[in-house]
Write a protein that binds this ligand. Structure first.
Ligand code: GLU
Length: 873
């Protein structure tokens, strides 16, 4: 190990738990100190407070001297700590242990130790248990001869039981030291020795070089078998060796399927790859904090500073040690628990095979129960024609309503009769059609199957199909591209897409201006414009039309003047009266003005009726308040939490998406995996009902839930389109028969009938058919454009009509008074544009010139200076 510098981390927690402080002394920086800090920084959940005042002492000493250990440990004791972690090297470790032991402070070790005199609390599995594992493995493989390549004294002790297997009756064991950096010669000798079974026992630091050189000399050959005892093969680049054809067995303590490991790997704390030593350190910090919490539940004010002269000891140290030795916890390294001798007990090690598909789990070794092997998958030959008839299939189902569930029954049911549901009925139909028998198996954890990039393995239903633990899997199991590479699917028996399940929106309160809502803003604007325009038009037409100039005093036969009622204010009042459906005492009398008024009334009639109808429906409809309309809205906000099923295709959709928003959704869910990811859809639905939570779920299941619970609804459009299929092993000979049978079920309507039965009829289906109350929409210009058109055509015709009337009138006048047409027209128009005048003098034919009187006589009350009068009087 490189001893580049020393890291002393001192972590105090100011909290109700009496200033929890742990100290660590670590040589070199291979990430152990970093993990120590990271693990401590997550103790909020256990201790209820954030770590404060993290202090680090860093030195660049090449080697850790005993004196340095002493100084740093003393420094920590004087600050007051509840436990001291490290250092990592055996010599420094025992020195730190003696100091802690003298002062009653628990001393924590996290590395492999072969020194049984060292009574530190060691979280690393004991060497005795690991050597038993190696021995058991060799016995399981029935190796009679083997060669062990070992690195140093420690590894020699680890392989002691393997050496003891040698005896003169036929067991041959050879041992070779890995004396680097050039191992080639030794490896070549080993290869030429004729041995076929090898065990490499060395640290992960030199393992890549040893394997590389073994490959170079041809030791990694397909006829040979190799066991690598390091628990960290998965942290190095093993790709160059996976195609060697050699039967390579590896071991690991960290299960990458462990939820906690997945979260830690996802968050990628910048401490390098998660090696076994780091995982053990992470667990140790958590475990000590847990034990300390239990201790402080019974004792108050306990942490204190201790002088390093050994004059005082910490009175609670032994109790804390007892709490640690008797506690248990689930950590990154599985169950953390100690036996009576103070060694890790009940821990499990995965047995892996390194082959072309990468590292594949082939079994588990448990320190108390021994081996459990995973059955080898049976790879069926492609195109082998096998009839389904009379075959018995193990069919994997998941108890998720309505796809499958346990029947409610007072009598005890056995076998397949225990289950009911949509997928149960489909299998039943298929078995009748194809003549096969089946036995249902239940996937208890409802894990449908996801691929672990770290191990190259599938878990869940897909994993079981691949491992030949079941023949068919049917559930709401989505066909995805990645899954199709691992297993075969039938054609989809149901289509769906991802959508959002959320609480039904609440109703919004009505607004003060809701009377405006029937019409859009631009319709209101055009309505006002039309009102003003028609009023002005009426004034102009009224002035132009001779019929509108009427005798104001009907009892006088020959009035002095004519009056026009269509003044600007009267016209505004008239059009307003029509618009308000009230009428007015003003009424046009000319043909053209009446035409215009008629068109306006028609316009008003349609507009007012449309407004009234739309107002009635918009007042009765209460607009629902939707906090978000789709997944994008949801991604933009942070108030409402959202999630999806853990390990499901929905989560995989967001993970694999290249849309920024979907990636954001995925990251948000992973960052708060504990609250956002659920182990089943039911758990997600429950969260939606009880919390402010939106759940990404498949539309078919959303439909099922919303038909039964009226407080739930589907929000937004579907994010994708996919289907559920029946999974079977790759190249399964039954695939085509099953596809044909599914197609037949589709064509004869059986699938739709089953859907209706399980969605809308059984188990309270149809009790909440969501009424499609369409939101009344505002009337826009498109809806009422036609009425405007009619109005403008009317305006145009009445205008033309008026012009014709005017011209005829002017022609008659010019003839009667013997004036040129043009002159008369100009005079008339000049009068028309005098909008302030609403009376017109009556022109009379005067006596002939011969009587000495002018030809026309002007009689007007209003004799003000106008062009009209100037010309005629
Ligand atoms: N149908 C999904 C699957 O096959 C499970 C549910 C989900 O992820 O929404 O993984």
């Amino acid at each position: 190990m490189l001893w580049n510098y020393i890291l002393v981390a001192f972590l105090p927690f100011s909290l109700g738990y009496n200033n929890f402080r742990i100290g660590g002394v670590f040589e070199g920086y291979d990430g152990i100190g970093c993990v120590f800090g990271k693990s401590a920084s997550t103790l909020r959940e256990i201790l209820g407070s954030d770590p404060k005042n993290l202090t680090k002492y860093v030195t660049t000493d090449e080697e850790l001297k005993l004196w340095d250990v002493q100084t740093k440990v003393c420094e920590l004791m004087e600050k007051g700590v509840v436990a001291i972690f490290g250092p990592l090297s055996p010599q420094s470790l025992s020195h730190a242990y003696s100091m802690c032991d003298a002062m009653g402070i628990p001393h924590i070790a996290t590395t492999l130790s072969i020194d049984d005199k060292l009574k530190s609390i060691n979280f690393y599995p004991h060497s005795e248990a690991l050597s038993t594992l190696y021995y058991d493995l060799v016995v399981e493989y029935n190796w009679k001869t083997y060669t062990i390549l070992y690195e140093n004294k420690i590894s020699l002790l680890m392989i002691k039981p393997l050496l003891e297997r040698w005896n003169s009756t036929g067991y041959t064991v050879s041992v070779r030291l890995l004396n680097g950096p050039d191992y080639r010669r030794m490896l070549r000798d080993v290869k030429l020795s004729g041995e076929q079974n090898f065990i490499i026992d060395c640290s992960v630091e030199i393992l890549p070089e040893v394997l590389k050189q073994a490959l170079q000399v041809g030791l990694l050959f397909h006829k040979f078998n190799l066991i690598i005892t390091s628990l960290d093969l998965q942290t190095i680049n093993y790709q160059p060796y996976q195609y060697s054809g050699m039967n390579i067995t590896a071991l690991r303590l960290i299960d990458p399927d462990n939820e906690l490991v997945q979260i830690i790997n996802y968050k990628k704390p910048d401490c390098g790859k998660l090696t076994t030593n780091k995982a053990v350190m992470y667990d140790a910090v958590q475990f000590v904090a847990l034990a300390f919490k239990n201790l402080t539940n019974s004792t108050k004010k306990i942490v204190r500073s201790l002088p390093c002269d050994g004059s005082e000891i910490w009175e609670h140290g032994e109790t804390l040690t007892n709490y640690i030795r008797t506690g248990s916890m689930e950590g990154l390294t599985g169950i953390v628990k100690f036996d009576t001798r103070g060694y890790r007990s009940e821990f499990a090690v995965d047995i892996l095979n390194l082959g072309e598909d990468g590292l594949k789990k082939i079994g588990i070794w448990n320190s108390t129960r021994g081996f459990k092997w995973i059955p080898k998958p049976v790879i069926l030959e492609a195109d082998t024609e096998l009839s389904l008839h009379n075959q018995t299939f193990r069919v994997l189902i998941s108890l998720t309503k309505p796809y499958a569930s346990v029947k409610d029954s007072l009598t005890k049911r056995v076998g397949n009769d225990r289950f009911e549901g949509y997928t149960v009925d489909i299998i039943d139909e298929l078995s009748k059609m194809c003549g096969f028998n089946y036995t249902f198996m239940v996937q208890d954890d409802k894990n449908y199957g996801s691929y672990n990039n770290f191990t190259g393995e599938w878990n869940g239903m897909i994993g079981k199909i691949r491992a030949n633990e079941a023949d068919l899997a049917i559930a709401d199991l989505t066909i995805t591209q990645q899954r199709e590479e691992a297993v075969d699917f039938t054609l989809p028996f149901m289509s769906l897409g991802i959508s959002i399940l959320y609480r039904r929106p609440t109703k919004a309160e009505g607004s003060l201006l809701s009377f405006l809502s029937p019409l859009t803003l631009d319709v209101w604007f055009y309505l006002t414009a039309a009102y003003i325009f028609v009023s002005i038009e009426l004034v102009i037409l009224g002035r132009l039309s001779s019929a509108e100039w009427v005798n104001p005093y009907p009892c006088i036969d020959e009035p002095q003047e004519l009056k026009n009622q269509l003044t600007f204010s009267n016209c505004l009042w008239f059009t307003l009266g029509a618009l308000m459906q009230q009428g007015s005492e003003i009424a046009p009398v000319g043909m053209s003005t009446r035409l215009l008024a008629g068109c306006w009334w028609f316009f008003c009639l349609i507009m007012v009726s449309s407004y009234t109808a739309n107002l009635a429906s918009s007042l009765t409809y209460e607009t629902p308040v939707q906090p978000f309309r789709d997944a994008f809205d949801l991604a933009r906000q942070s108030k409402i939490k959202y999630g999806a099923k853990k390990g499901g295709s929905t989560l995989a959709f967001f993970q694999g998406s290249d849309k920024k928003e979907y990636r954001h959704i995925y990251e948000t869910m992973m960052n708060d995996a504990k609250n956002c990811l659920t182990s089943s859809n039911e758990e997600g639905v429950e969260k939606v009902k009880t919390e402010d939570f939106a759940f990404f779920m498949e539309s078919s299941t959303i439909e099922y839930e919303t038909e039964r619970d009226c407080s739930l609804t589907k929000i937004g459009p579907q994010l994708d389109e996919k289907g559920y299929g029946i999974a079977m092993r790759k190249n399964s000979p039954y695939r085509h028969d099953l596809i044909a049978a599914i197609l037949e079920l589709q064509e004869n309507g059986k699938l739709s009938k089953l859907k209706l039965k399980w969605w809308s009829e059984k188990h309270g289906g149809g009790s909440c058919v969501q009424a499609s109350s369409s939101v009344p929409s505002e009337l826009n210009l498109k809806n009422v454009g036609g009425v405007y058109l009619v109005l403008f055509i009317g305006i145009g015709i009445s205008f033309i009509w008026t012009i014709i009337e005017l011209l005829l009138y002017v022609a008659a006048q010019s003839h009667e008074y013997n004036i040129s047409f043009k002159e008369e027209l100009i005079k008339e128009l000049k009068f028309v544009i005098q909008f302030n005048r609403s009376s017109k003098p009556v022109r009379r034919r005067a006596p002939s010139r011969r009587s000495g009187i002018s030809t026309t006589e002007c009689a007007s009350i209003d004799t003000s200076n106008t062009n009209f009068e100037d010309s005629v009087c």
